[in-house]
Design a protein around this ligand. Sequence first.
Ligand SMILES: NC(=O)c1ccc[n+]([C@@H]2O[C@H](COP(=O)([O-])OP(=O)(O)OC[C@H]3O[C@@H](n4cnc5c(N)ncnc54)[C@H](O)[C@@H]3O)[C@@H](O)[C@H]2O)c1
Length: 272
Amino acid sequence: MPARQYIERLFGLAGRTCVITGGAGTLCGAIAEGFLKAGALVALWGHHMETLSVQKEHLVSLGASPDHIACFRADLTKEEDGKKALGATADTFGKPDILVNGVGGSSIRKPLVEADAAEFERTLVLNLTGGCFLPSKLFAAYWIENRIMGRILNIASMGSYNPLSGAWAYSAAKAGVVNQTMGYARELAPYGIRVNAIAPGFFLGKQNRHLLRKEDGTPTERGRNVLAHTPANRFGEPCELAGSAIFLCSNASGFVTGVTLPVDGGYLCHNI
Ligand SMILES: NC(=O)c1ccc[n+]([C@@H]2O[C@H](COP(=O)([O-])OP(=O)(O)OC[C@H]3O[C@@H](n4cnc5c(N)ncnc54)[C@H](O)[C@@H]3O)[C@@H](O)[C@H]2O)c1
């Protein structure tokens, strides 16, 4: 078999339909670009149609076919919204078989004694309920009913392993994402459904850019601490997530389920 055909069989996503929640975001935009280049149809879900449309235009400007991308409005913290978006996606592209749970984030950093309980709960709901549990439940039920051997990709964080200072709820939620990834993987394996996650290190996204980098482009104190803790000594480029995401959602990882793959420039193996 020619090398190109072999690689396409392993990593290609032609014929697959992928839903990416939080699809207007920085990291999910880069994952969407990778999935489109690997041949998938991509449905971007998010709570603002305008930002989704901007993301679609951006992806088209990078060479994607407009027919391969569709946008659907859904607040992922609301179960009904997810159900409607799933129906609309299936009507447009056919039954989706990949889910990327990309909703999440928090830019709040506070000492424990100043942390606000309502804000804590909102962040848990966004990152764990909307960013993992509700869409996974929805797609698992749909795939079991339709006998589809789907793939879920969750997005964890460095905070999943060690709490990020001041990001109490975010770290707790992202630790939960790793935990749920293993639990869903175990329960859904008999149906041929695989569930994995990536744990990005520090990438300059919309929510954390100002925490890590000053207007003049130099790192903030927090940014300098992150770089000092990252053996690669740089922030990640969003496009560097695409390969790991494609691997975990393609045939190449057919016997891989329940894992969280760090994509972190060595952050987790840092030591003295
Ligand atoms: N940027 C980083 O360095 C980094 C590191 C580790 C993990 N992550 C995780 O990666 C994921 C994507 O991060 P990002 O930096 O691209 O984020 P982002 O803020 O750029 O994108 C998040 C998207 O989710 C959408 N969204 C928010 N709440 C929603 C809701 N209730 N329903 C539907 N859509 C909603 C937003 O509109 C936005 O488009 C998040 O889970 C984040 O926690 C990011």
